[in-house]
Design a protein around this ligand. Structure first.
Ligand code: SF4
Ligand code: SF4
Length: 165
């Protein structure tokens, strides 16, 4: 009855209800982004662990390491992933002028696996591929399937992020 007499008041209630609805939706989307980031973290740990023995064996003997032939490989999704997973790169000013990747130190990459661009995990050069194939014939297919899943989750993370912010 009161609302009949004060239509303006009713409008305020409706707007308030809409705001509350949007807020709830933002919280649930934000939880979805966190869940997606957690899934990516798990998969990156997996692919990194699965390749590590072969990388150590082959890359330590490589005459033209790929890390010395690139500079900066971070894409927008890599940066977003770093931000959402709470990781930092640890920039060093002198790195910008040196040859090769800015994150390449005297003993290899100084970024933790979860902080590296995704391409650093998914690029498997022919020598590394041959080594993996020789020792574990099914592993390449397993890795490829995981790379695909991570790519899909990274796109999902991007879309969910855009919905919240
Ligand atoms: S991935 Fe291939 S090119 Fe890169 S360091 Fe290892 S062996 Fe060399
Ligand atoms: S970020 Fe690390 S792994 Fe990737 S290219 Fe640079 S030094 Fe190599």
């Amino acid at each position: 009855m009161l609302l009949t007499f004060f239509p303006g008041f009713r409008l305020v209630l409706i707007i308030e209800e809409i705001f509350q609805g949007v807020k709830k939706m933002e919280v649930s989307i934000s939880q979805m982004v966190s869940e997606t980031v957690r899934k990516i973290e798990g998969l990156i740990s997996d692919i990194s662990g699965l390749q590590s023995a072969y990388v150590e064996h082959i890359c330590s003997k490589c005459e033209a390491p790929c890390c010395t032939r690139v500079h900066y490989l971070f894409s927008e999704k890599d940066i977003l992933y770093s931000r959402l997973s709470g990781r930092k790169h640890g920039w060093r000013r002198e790195a910008f002028t040196k040859k090769g990747c800015w994150f390449l130190g005297p003993t290899g990459c100084f970024l933790a696996p979860q902080s590296r661009p995704f391409i650093c995990h998914s690029y498997i050069c022919p020598d590394l591929k041959a080594e993996i194939r020789r020792n574990s014939p099914d592993l390449l297919a397993d890795l490829e399937a995981k790379f695909k899943l991570i790519s899909m989750l990274r796109s999902q993370m991007w879309a969910e992020y855009l919905d919240v912010f």
